[in-house]
Design a binder for this molecule. Structure first.
Ligand SMILES: Nc1ncnc2c1ncn2[C@@H]1O[C@H](COP(=O)(O)OP(=O)(O)OP(=O)(O)O)[C@@H](O)[C@H]1O
Length: 794
């Protein structure tokens, strides 16, 4: 079980260009949240600024149809953005599953979307990346939640913007032309596309490239199917007006007759606000100081071990970087949702009661328990258990970890007598959906399913520590190690008593997830951290541990990739953005296919540029599409051309060609690591398999570079104080193989295979051999998985 601060971390529920999003559960409030995890080392300064802007904008927002921010957790390497969890998935998925919706339903959804955008525009904010993938539904799939403020920005009424961003099929003509633009009107254009999609399940403008799309958009023609009502058509046309000055504003959209039709869903919106919207408890209304709910404060003091003063201070400051504030808001939301009684919400309560806060301290008063909004008893009834670690309501934990209908992972593991819950990302929605990143979904095959380590809970960690200590003693009889099992209370200290690096490694539990052959290093990094046993006190220590990996060097990885590109004509299907230009991703080429199941692997990702011309971008997109969809090996020849094109673009933008930014497409070479326990120490793993029919097999195919893997293994062995001999220049299946021979008879072979040669090499571990050798192999495999969650075992 793994924690980030007070959040128990569960399965991955989404990926973006810069982030992996995971489901999590708050330890005290027992509410599910979504945590977007950004690895700062994987993004450039410009994108980091964008994320900071996203955070600062999210902090100001408070609207029922906009995802609610709870907390920001920062570490040296990661930023964790904790928001409310929208369990109904993306509108995009909804449309794929059901096709177009009725106008009544469309009106209900659209009203909520427009209401949120109106709120943003009223507050001088433009979203700039409205698309069906960024519109989520609540658990009941009744209400809209807008997410992804990565491209949002402030816009004063008379200013214009110039950053090319968004997703082409939703981009306004002025954006496609590369002009400066009014972000609000650009949002309205995207709203027009969204309404069109809702009522037709198709895109308004045909085009499988930006060029074609641009032509279609600029033609000024939009064909609306016959089944769309006259009023709805009229509204769509008023939003899809070429001239932004003549295009509707959001206010005009809101008052259009289709929106205000009798029996329209606007009333539903009102109901939404009244019944289910949880305004920030600490929103300041008028001049009144907010007053905190005494029962919740009391509860927090009991269960969070905070003082009343601390709670007062952080909550009233609306300190998003404090777990106190998040806990308070989550508890209020829990109470609201559970009682489903608007009168029970803290917001109304403190408004009604007014404030008698201290003028001197600036702190709000906490009233006597008597007129409590929420009684402690009520809280107890809500299933808020006494112990933050105790999952009294863990019927829902299955969703946190494993949404597979069969729960097969869990069964497998219980068969092995292992402890803990499975994370089964095989059924992770993102798989059926689209990863947000630059992956070519075609390249993701079932064979590429990877296993990544699952973190152990405290008990497991201690057990594991004992096992590993025993292992270390066996392997290194003279090695000093802890002579007794650590008590739980001093667990973090005990970590230091272990051979360096052992503490974070789990040997027992794995989860499956789809490796995404792009940006996976970003996602991996997040998972690297997540797959360790974390407590607030150990997060930084563990991050340091992760960072201590000897080859945590982007440049090396990229250089290796570059070499491979030159050698094999292509590898990862990643477009590495340069500082000023971020060319998107998975399939940035717009299309006019209706949303349909067979197209669900595609995703229109967001991309932005301040300097690249539309022409340059469309060239790159065309080449990118051809290259990544290449069936014929001859088409791989496009890759160098693509590379050249991109280099030119870099030069054009004044980026030095020797910088580390370049296009990398296709797949990385597979680095194969095999573990065998040979008696002679000389036979190849393949021979082991042939020679002994009774052996166990351990193999790992990593997406990391050959040198990275070898260095990592050597580093691990050094940390474990296990001597080894390294033999170079061994050729295995015509490729270089590095061999690490251990005195205990364990042989480790590392070989590079080209992408087309996907066969995994299997390595034998003799069942008769000492279990310590097997444990050691597991340990090394786990360490590799921690730094490369996308590695595959069989
Ligand atoms: N609060 C949430 N609840 C449920 N799922 C979420 C939530 N936030 C994000 N997701 C899922 O994660 C995906 C990626 O999140 P998000 O769009 O915020 O990342 P991003 O890096 O900004 O993406 P993009 O590359 O499209 O800009 C979403 O499309 C969605 O499926």
């Amino acid at each position: 079980m793994m924690f980030i601060g007070p959040y128990k971390i569960g399965k991955a529920i989404g990926r973006g260009n810069f982030a992996v999003v995971r489901l999590a559960k708050h330890g005290i409030a027992k509410i599910k949240v979504a945590i977007k995890i950004i690895d700062k080392t994987r993004i450039d300064e410009e994108n980091l600024q964008k994320i900071e802007r996203e955070i600062s904008i999210l902090k100001t927002l408070d609207h029922p149809n906009i995802v609610k921010l709870y907390e920001i957790i920062r570490s040296e390497r990661y930023i964790y953005i904790v928001t409310e969890y929208c369990g109904g998935g993306e509108l995009y998925e909804y449309l794929i599953e059901r096709g177009r919706v009725t106008e009544v339903e469309a009106r209900r959804f659209f009203s909520e979307i427009v209401s949120a955008i109106d709120y943003l525009h009223e507050n001088g904010i433009v979203h700039r990346d409205l698309k069906a993938e960024n519109i989520l539904l609540d658990k009941e799939k009744n209400h809209i939640k807008i997410i992804d403020f990565g491209f949002s920005n402030y816009q004063t009424s008379d200013s214009l913007l110039n950053t090319w961003c968004g997703s082409p099929p939703y981009a306004a003509p002025e954006l496609l032309l590369g002009n400066v633009y009014d972000g609000k009107k650009a949002d309205v254009w995207s709203l027009g596309v969204l309404l069109y999609i809702l009522v037709t399940a198709g895109f308004p403008f045909p085009g499988d490239s930006v060029d074609k799309l641009k032509r279609a958009v600029l033609s000024g023609q939009v064909k609306i199917p016959y089944w769309v009502s006259v009023e709805c058509s009229d509204l769509i046309k008023k939003m899809l007006v070429l001239n932004p000055k003549k295009r509707f504003s959001v206010k005009q959209v809101l008052s259009h007759r289709w929106m205000t039709a009798p029996h329209s869903a606007r009333s539903a919106s009102v109901i939404l606000t009244k019944e289910t919207f949880s305004p920030r408890t600490t929103s300041r209304l008028g001049n009144q100081s907010p007053r905190l709910d005494a029962a919740i404060m009391h509860y927090m003091q009991q269960h969070g071990k905070w003082t009343a003063d601390q709670i007062n201070e952080d909550v009233l400051k609306r300190d998003f970087e404090s777990d106190i504030y998040a806990t308070y808001e989550l508890l209020c939301d829990k109470v609201r949702v559970s009682t489903n009684d608007a009168n029970a919400n803290c917001h109304e309560e403190y408004t009604r009661r007014g404030s008698r806060g201290s003028i001197l301290s600036g702190k709000a008063n906490v009233e006597d328990p008597k007129p409590l909004t929420i009684s402690a008893h009520q809280l107890a009834q809500l299933g808020l258990s006494a112990s933050p670690d105790c999952d009294s309501d863990d019927s829902s934990n299955s969703e946190l970890y494993d949404d597979s209908p069969t729960g097969s992972m869990r069964n497998d593991r219980s068969a092995k007598g292992q402890i803990g819950l499975a994370i089964n990302d095989q059924t992770y929605r993102g798989e059926q959906r689209r990863h947000t990143l630059c992956a070519n979904e075609n390249l993701i095959t079932p064979e590429m399913l990877a296993q990544i380590p699952f973190t152990s809970n405290l008990h497991q960690a201690i057990m594991q520590q004992q096992t590993i200590s025993a292992l270390t003693r066996q392997l290194q009889p003279n090695a000093a190690g802890p002579s007794h099992a650590p008590m739980p209370g001093w667990y973090p200290t005990a970590i230091h008593g272990l051979p360096a690096g052992l503490s974070a490694v789990s040997t027992t539990d794995y989860t499956r997830m789809i490796p995404v052959p792009n940006n996976e290093r970003r996602a991996s990094a997040g998972e690297t951290l997540l797959n360790q046993t974390l407590t607030p006190s150990t997060i930084e220590q563990l991050q340091q541990l992760v960072q201590q990996q000897p080859n945590e060097n982007n440049d090396n990885v990229e250089e290796e990739g570059q070499g491979y590109l030159n050698k094999f004509g292509g590898k990862r299907n990643t477009v590495h953005g340069m500082s000023s230009t971020m060319i998107g991703p998975a399939n940035p080429v717009p299309r006019h296919a209706p949303y349909a199941k067979q197209n669900s692997g595609e995703r229109r990702s967001s991309w932005a540029s301040t300097t690249a011309t539309v022409q340059q971008k469309s060239n790159l997109e065309r080449l990118y599409k051809q290259a990544t969809q290449a069936q014929d090996p001859a088409e791989l020849l496009l890759l160098p051309q693509l590379q050249k094109e991109f280099q030119e673009l870099l030069l054009f933008n004044g980026v030095a060609s020797n910088s580390n930014q370049y296009v990398v497409f296709g797949q990385r070479p597979h680095t194969v690591i095999g573990f065998s326990t040979s008696v002679s120490g000389t036979s190849t793993p393949e021979q082991q398999v042939r020679n002994n029919g009774d052996e166990k097999v351990k193999s790992l195919v990593s997406t990391l570079s050959f040198t990275h893997v070898v260095d990592e293994l050597k580093n691990s062995l050094n940390q474990l104080q296990i001597p080894f001999e390294e033999s170079n220049e061994v050729v295995y299946m015509e490729h270089e193989m590095r061999r690490l021979s251990l005195p205990t008879g364990v042989e480790i072979g590392v070989a590079v295979l080209p992408p087309e040669q996907k066969s995994h090499i299997e390595f034998a571990i003799l069942s008769s051999d000492s279990p310590t050798s097997e444990l050691l192999c597991d340990e090394l495999i786990n360490r590799l998985r921690i730094i490369d969650p996308n590695s595959v075992t069989e």
